[in-house]
Design a protein around this ligand. Structure first.
Ligand SMILES: Cc1cc2nc3c(=O)[nH]c(=O)nc-3n(C[C@H](O)[C@H](O)[C@H](O)COP(=O)(O)OP(=O)(O)OC[C@H]3O[C@@H](n4cnc5c(N)ncnc54)[C@H](O)[C@@H]3O)c2cc1C
Length: 258
């Protein structure tokens, strides 16, 4: 079985983690390999002692367009799919422009912006070697109950890439911090915003070591340079504790702690 040496302080979007050997899955027969599956690590915080890790390799990095069906391998990066959509004038993928990661990671997180989520355009997903219709999958805000590794997705294709919509969605990003992060740290609780609650308990801008809740957007836990896993966890626990005490709201992490 192939493997790849990854320095997680470079590979992960939050720039934290050790250098580790990660198993590379190149065929469906290898999907059962022991370990925790990673995608592009854009929604993940990796500790110094994670379980064995695995990832989908190159054979799952592909895009095929046949008439009105778009099939995408789950190791494919969102940037590649966006370029493909632009080049082939495909609609409804404009929102992935600012969502770093792989298609597998997007499906698992039901990633999206506002009311545009990847599950809106999914027809079927392939888990292991079995195709499953979207209707049979439980999914919601930033989660999907997959029960396995998703290797391919089938998306509904409509013509007409909308550049104006892409620009509008990109503009929403103007208030995002520039420092490395893993995207939103917590899911928004029902009817409220995690960022508002973090600010309300006085933690906007709170820094421990070289990690901080961003001054720009409090729900982004940012790495100010050489930030460490322990400091990130300290801040996450501190926010959860204070918000629960003050508002009775139990925040749930959006980022995966591994
Ligand atoms: C600056 C920034 C901004 C962001 N903005 C947004 C945003 O607006 N909206 C949003 O939704 N997200 C946002 N994110 C988060 C991130 O872009 C998405 O969650 C993305 O889909 C993660 O993809 P990934 O490949 O990096 O997944 P990873 O972080 O590697 O993994 C995330 C989860 O998916 C699982 N997973 C990965 N691949 C598969 C697979 N093939 N089968 C089954 N499970 C799998 C992993 O086990 C893990 O549990 C942002 C991140 C950053 C850094």
């Amino acid at each position: 079985m192939k493997s790849r040496l990854i320095d997680f302080s470079k590979y992960s979007s939050i720039k934290i983690g050790p250098i580790l050997e990660v198993a590379q899955i190149e065929s469906e027969d290898e999907l059962d390999t022991k370990g925790y599956l990673i995608g592009g690590c854009n929604n993940m915080l990796i500790s110094n002692t994670p379980p064995p890790l695995k990832m989908l390799g190159k054979s799952f990095d592909f895009i095929e367009l046949k008439e009105s069906i778009l099939r995408v391998g789950c190791a494919t990066k969102t940037g590649r799919l966006l370029s493909f959509a632009k080049k082939n004038d495909i609609a409804n993928l404009e929102f992935i422009a600012k969502l770093p990661g792989t298609i597998g990671g997007m499906v698992a997180m039901n990633a999206g912006v506002k009311d545009k989520e990847i599950f809106n355009i999914i027809k079927r997903i392939k888990i292991g070697s079995k195709w499953i219709d979207k209707e049979q999958i439980e999914y919601g805000y930033r989660y999907a109950k997959l029960g396995g590794i998703v290797t391919e997705v089938e998306l509904e294709v409509k013509r007409g890439f909308n550049k104006i919509l892409q620009d509008e969605l990109n503009a929403l990003r103007a208030n995002q911090p520039k420092e490395p992060s893993a995207g939103s740290c917590f899911k928004n609780p029902d009817g409220d915003y995690a960022g508002r609650l973090i600010e309300a308990v006085g933690l906007k801008g709170k820094r421990v070591g070289n990690m901080a809740f961003s001054e720009v957007h409090a729900n982004f836990l940012v790495n100010l340079g050489g930030g460490e896993f322990e400091d990130a966890i300290y801040l996450i626990e501190l926010a959860k504790e204070r918000i629960y005490k003050e508002f009775g709201v139990a925040l749930v992490e959006e980022i995966k702690i591994v």
